[in-house]
Ligand binder design. Structure first.
Ligand SMILES: [Cu+2]
Length: 151
């Protein structure tokens, strides 16, 4: 398992609150992405998915609101539902990563859908995802594209 610590970018408003938090001694919630990867785009397909374990080592839940990327025109948070044996993907408004907890994004469950990719997304490529949280912070993560043949 790979633990990668990501740089936190903050808006001016959040920068101020972070500074206030720092002066009052509160820890900033931390996000670790484990085993993150993007599934290779199958030729002819118009979308693919990103999978990862999102671990929150902070003391506050993290609410992921939107995901953007230079590699795809639209990224949606999806959950997979089973209705009478038929799998449906449903959009999610928010993904909550609980304090001192983790959410696993995997095939057949919660995942990020990369729609209308602007590049081929071949195995070995890297895809940058900007994770926008409702507290105003954005964390950028670079995920490798993995072949569909890999487990
Ligand atoms: Cu989906």
């Amino acid at each position: 398992m790979i633990n990668v610590k990501f740089i936190m970018k903050a808006s001016m408003e959040i920068m101020i609150s972070v500074l206030l938090m720092a002066t009052t001694g509160h820890a900033i919630a931390e996000l670790y992405i484990e085993d993150g990867h993007v599934r290779e785009l199958i030729p002819g397909a118009t979308s693919t998915a990103a999978y990862m374990t999102m671990r929150n080592t902070g003391s506050e839940p993290l609410l992921l609101k939107t995901v953007t990327s230079p590699a795809a025109n639209r990224i949606t948070l999806h959950n997979t539902m089973n209705h009478n044996g038929i799998l449906h993907m449903m959009g999610m408004d928010t993904l909550i990563i609980p304090a001192a907890g983790a959410v696993i994004l995997q095939e057949g469950a919660i995942h990020m859908m990369l729609e209308a990719p602007v590049q081929a997304l071949r195995a070995g490529d890297a895809v940058e995802l900007m994770l926008h949280f409702d507290n105003g912070t954005t964390q950028t993560v670079s995920l490798p594209v993995r072949s569909v043949l890999e487990p």
